[in-house]
Design a protein around this ligand. Structure first.
Ligand SMILES: [Zn+2]
Length: 250
C-alpha cells in the first residue's frame, strides 16, 4: 500500500516563475505518494532541477536524492550563496568557464546572435529533444531552451531556461547569466554552420562573388567547414548594427 504524505513547501526568487499561480511566493502544503526523491517532487511542482541550487529540509541542506518521509518543511532556493549555514550542498553545476552551447529548435535567432559574437553554438532546426539530451551528455554543452521538459531530464547537467522572448533580450540575458561579456569576438564563427571563419585572399574566392562585390570589397572571410564566403558588405553592416546595439545595452 502506498501512503500519501504531506510536506510544506516554499520556493524562493526566480523559481516562483515555474510554479502554478496559487503556489507562487507562499508556503503551501503538498501531498506526495510514497517516499519520492526530493528532485522528483520539486520537478513535479514544475521547477527543473538545473534551476535549483539548494534545498533545505527542516533547516538542513540536502541532495537531490533525499527521500521524503512526510511532515518535512522544504525550502528551495535558486542560489545558495546568501545562505548562512555550516554545511551546504550546492546542487547547481557550475557552468564551464568557456561554455559551448546547444540550443533548442525554437531558438534560431538567438543561435545566430550568439554565433555572431563568436560563441560556439550547436543548432539544428529539426533537432529532437532526445538528441539535445544525448549531445549535452556527450559534450558538456550548455542547453539553452524554453522547453522545461528538456531541463527536467536528469542527464542534463548544464541547462538554462531562457526567460526573454525577444532574441536581442535573450542575447543580453545569456551574456549576463554566463558572464560572457569579456569573451565576445565577433566574426569568428560561421552563422550558417558554426564552423570557424578565417581571412581569405580575394583571388581565392573571386569566382564566387557577385559582380558588384568583386568591384567594391577587398576583405573576405571563409568558413572552414561549409566554405561560405563573408565580406564586409550590407550584410556585415546589418550584423555590426546588432553588435553595436548589444554593446549599448550591456
Ligand atoms: Zn559554415
Amino acid at each position: 500500500m502506498i501512503f500519501t504524505r504531506l510536506v510544506t513547501c516554499r520556493f524562493y526568487g526566480q523559481l516562483n516563475r515555474f510554479l502554478a499561480p496559487q503556489r507562487k511566493h507562499k508556503t503551501f502544503v503538498y501531498a506526495v505518494k510514497g517516499t519520492p526523491a526530493i528532485k522528483d517532487t520539486v520537478e513535479a511542482l514544475g521547477v527543473p532541477h538545473v534551476e535549483v541550487d539548494c534545498i533545505l529540509v527542516n533547516g538542513q541542506s540536502v541532495g537531490f536524492d533525499y527521500q521524503i518521509k512526510g511532515d518535512e518543511r522544504i525550502r528551495v532556493y535558486p542560489q545558495a550563496s546568501h545562505l548562512r549555514l555550516k554545511r551546504i550542498v550546492r546542487l547547481k553545476a557550475k557552468p564551464p568557464a568557456r561554455p559551448r552551447f546547444i540550443l533548442d529548435a525554437h531558438l534560431g535567432k538567438l543561435t545566430r546572435h550568439l554565433r555572431l559574437l563568436g560563441f560556439d553554438v550547436l543548432y539544428r532546426k529539426d533537432i529532437a529533444d532526445q538528441q539535445i539530451v544525448a549531445a549535452t551528455r556527450r559534450t558538456g554543452r550548455v542547453v539553452l531552451t524554453r522547453d522545461i521538459g528538456i531541463l527536467k531530464n536528469k542527464a542534463v547537467r548544464y541547462g538554462y531556461f531562457v526567460r526573454a522572448i525577444d532574441p536581442k533580450k535573450q542575447l543580453k540575458e545569456i551574456i549576463q547569466r554566463f558572464n560572457l561579456s569579456g569573451r565576445i569576438k565577433p566574426f569568428r564563427v560561421c552563422l550558417r554552420c558554426n564552423g570557424r571563419i578565417h581571412r581569405v585572399a580575394k583571388d581565392k574566392v573571386m569566382h564566387r562573388l557577385p559582380p558588384l562585390t568583386k568591384e567594391f570589397y577587398t576583405r573576405f572571410y571563409m568558413c572552414r567547414s561549409c566554405r561560405k564566403v563573408y565580406w564586409q558588405g550590407a550584410h556585415y553592416e546589418y550584423l555590426a548594427g546588432i553588435i553595436r546595439s548589444y554593446i549599448k545595452i550591456v
